[in-house]
Design a protein around this ligand. Structure first.
Ligand code: CA
Length: 231
């Protein structure tokens, strides 16, 4: 059984979310503040986290920042209507999806299932890409940079896989958002910049410059074309 950690300071909402997730077949852990959430995330290693952004002790955005220091656990954030800036910052920092309050618990469960599906997807294809000393094994969801196995969040992995499938192709932020989230109703294109930044930080050694993921000014991003020497 997969475990979901719910970090939410309003007991009524936490209880509602727990009930729906349990009904959907998940084991649920809850924490009422950011510090407790971080402690549970470390101790129990949940399969996904539902995280309110407005939290006492350690704020939701700080929770994301701290978690992303060493974890690629899928994160779905809960935000208040009107907190668009926080929502975008949350996605930029590496959250995988968001739901706006007041939300339908069924919708939230669907989003949690979707991020888990993306995190656990095992496509039948045995796609394998190599760009420079970067290896991307789609079927095993594994990325190796140099001799290091790189741990990516579901969103970062989808982003890299999308870019790698068509090396050299220039993608707009809207196209990438659509490819990784499967929807672009609300085009938080800036969030793509955040995920790209995180990807580069993980893939590209400090000081090496952007070797793999190229910024195409005024358009978007492309993975370095395989035909082109990357040295
Ligand atoms: Ca709150």
């Amino acid at each position: 059984m997969r475990t979901i950690l719910v970090v939410e300071d309003e007991p009524r909402i936490a209880g509602l979310v727990r009930d729906y997730l349990e009904h959907a077949g998940f084991a649920v852990l809850t924490a009422g503040d950011g510090a407790g959430g971080l402690a549970l995330a470390r101790a129990r290693r949940p399969d996904a986290i539902v995280l309110d952004l407005g939290l006492p002790k350690v704020d939701g955005l700080d929770v994301i920042r701290i978690l992303r220091g060493d974890s690629s656990v899928p994160i779905v954030v809960l935000t208040a209507r009107g907190d668009e800036t926080d929502r975008i910052i949350g996605l930029e920092m590496g959250a995988d999806d968001y739901v706006v309050k007041p939300f339908s618990p069924k919708e939230l469960v669907a989003r949690v299932r979707a991020v888990l599906r993306r995190a656990e997807a095992r496509p039948l294809s045995s796609e394998h890409f190599a760009v420079g000393d970067l290896e991307i094994d789609i079927s095993r969801r594994r990325v190796i940079a140099g001799n290091r196995i790189v741990e990516l969040t579901p969103t970062e992995f989808e982003l890299l896989a999308t870019l790698a499938r068509e090396p050299g192709r220039v993608w707009t932020r809207a196209q990438l958002l659509d490819a990784v989230h499967g929807f672009s109703l609300e085009t938080y294109e800036r969030a793509i910049d955040g995920h790209i930044r995180n990807l580069r930080r993980k893939l590209e050694p400090v000081g090496s410059g952007a070797r793999y993921v190229r910024t195409v000014h005024g358009v978007g991003y492309a993975l370095e074309d395989l035909e082109e020497p990357t040295g």
